[in-house]
Write a protein of this length. Structure first.
Length: 422
């Protein structure tokens, strides 16, 4: 094909015609490219969460709102979903009202108790005054009684008259009566409360002690009962607040939401509602033969190549080596923790785990353009066999963007057909 380019006269130049021919392609035969690389061990592997946390909601009920989606990264303590808590809130309001009423009643009972104590104090002051009078009356009675005895002696000796003896006797009886009346009045001040004494001969001090304890016992018991009621209501409010907090499911750790196993409006049960990947970290799991165990140690760097050809390899480190041999497969389980900064793979993806060895091996590489065929009929290349062209079926795998690695079917001395631009 020839292209003609025309330049008009208006440009001030002579008319010139030039021609440019399209490049020709010619078939050529070249030997494969040979490189030396460290030998690789490859194992089929599956991506899985490093640490998976099953999230259960403590409170049963209907889900009102889900605040996250699958794949979201969440922080520790972040609200994930909320249960309908209207009934719990109403119960909390009722308890708060009951608490206010109980506080008011407790205040009234407390004032009643303090008033009873004040009345007791007033009565105690009155008892103290009566006691002083009794002591004074007792002294006067004792004094007049001694005088009566002396008068009797003098009367018998003839020094005083009988009338004086009778007079002093009447005074002594009057003082005695006054003393007994004061005792009775003081005893009456302790009336109104059953002291529960087995004998009435107890000393007054003992009676007074018991009377002090019992006189305000009813009011004190009522106040203590009101305090107990307050404590019960406060504990109920605390339990209600705990139920309210449990109505919201929070992330126990920072990480990534792997699955949401419920919907808004559904009733919760004992099954997990969400699955969280702690810190969003992923690992790959695979099995190795016991002969390959010498190539693995904790912390060893490896590479994971996802099955999608457009994804680059991901660096990882051996995290855990199985402690026993699988009896059926006669293999050992290996866990590799992937680079936490990668964002290209998801749990469940397949791929190849590559382990680089110190041993060096040769690789045969051919251009991608030299490969013909398909997966159904097989892949082949055209090679030069003397003066003839031979079709040879081969097995390959991707190496770089424009090259393939030969697995079988081709040697380094074979010449393969390739397209060269001349």
């Amino acid at each position: 094909m020839v292209k003609f380019l025309y330049f008009p006269n208006e440009w001030g130049k002579t008319n010139e015609v030039s021609a440019m021919e399209a490049p020709k392609q010619s078939l050529a035969f070249v030997k494969p490219r040979i490189i030396e690389e460290n030998r690789l061990l490859e194992f089929p592997a599956v991506v899985e969460p490093t640490k998976e946390i099953q999230l259960h909601n403590k409170q049963n009920g209907r889900i009102r709102k889900i605040f996250v989606q699958e794949g979201d990264f969440v922080k520790e303590g972040q609200i994930l979903l909320e249960i309908d808590d209207e009934l719990i809130r109403l119960e909390g309001e009722r308890l708060q009202l009951s608490l206010e009423i109980a506080k008011s009643q407790s205040g009234i009972v407390f004032e009643k108790w303090k008033l009873a104590e004040k009345q007791v104090e007033n009565k105690l002051r009155e008892i103290d005054k009566k006691t002083e009078w009794i002591e004074l009356a007792e002294k006067e009675w004792t004094l007049i009684r001694d005088m009566k005895e002396k008068k009797n002696i003098l009367w018998k000796q003839g020094f005083v008259s009988l009338s004086e003896v009778e007079k002093i006797k009447q005074e002594e009886e009057s003082k005695q009566t006054q003393y007994k009346n004061l005792l009775r009045d003081r005893e009456n001040l302790l009336s109104g409360v059953n002291l529960g004494l087995e004998s009435e001969e107890n000393r007054f001090e003992e009676k007074l002690r018991i009377w002090k304890e019992k006189n305000t016992s009813i009011e004190r018991s009522e106040y203590e009962l009101s305090l107990s009621q307050l404590k019960i209501i406060k504990n109920q409010i605390k339990s209600n607040e705990q139920l309210l907090s449990e109505a919201r499911l929070r992330a126990p750790k920072s990480g990534k939401i792997l699955k949401i196993q419920t919907k808004e409006g559904e009733l919760t049960n004992q099954n997990p509602v969400m699955v969280l990947i702690e810190k969003g970290e992923l690992s790959v799991g695979f099995q190795i033969a016991e002969t390959d165990l010498v190539h693995f140690s904790p912390g060893k760097s490896v590479y994971f190549l996802p099955s999608q050809t457009n994804l680059t390899s991901i660096k990882g480190k051996v995290d855990r080596i199985g402690g026993y041999l699988e009896p059926r497969s006669h293999s050992i389980g290996i866990k590799v923790r992937l680079d936490p900064n990668q964002k290209i793979v998801l749990p469940g993806m397949f791929g190849i785990l590559q382990v680089k060895l110190d041993e060096v091996t040769e690789k045969i590489l051919i251009p991608t353009s030299s490969l013909h065929g398909d997966e159904t009929s097989g892949f082949f290349v055209n090679i030069k066999n003397g003066s003839e062209i031979e079709k040879r079926f081969i097995q390959v795998k991707p190496y770089l963007l424009n090259e393939l690695e030969i697995l079988s079917g081709l040697s380094s001395e074979d010449e393969i057909e390739t397209n060269l631009v001349l």
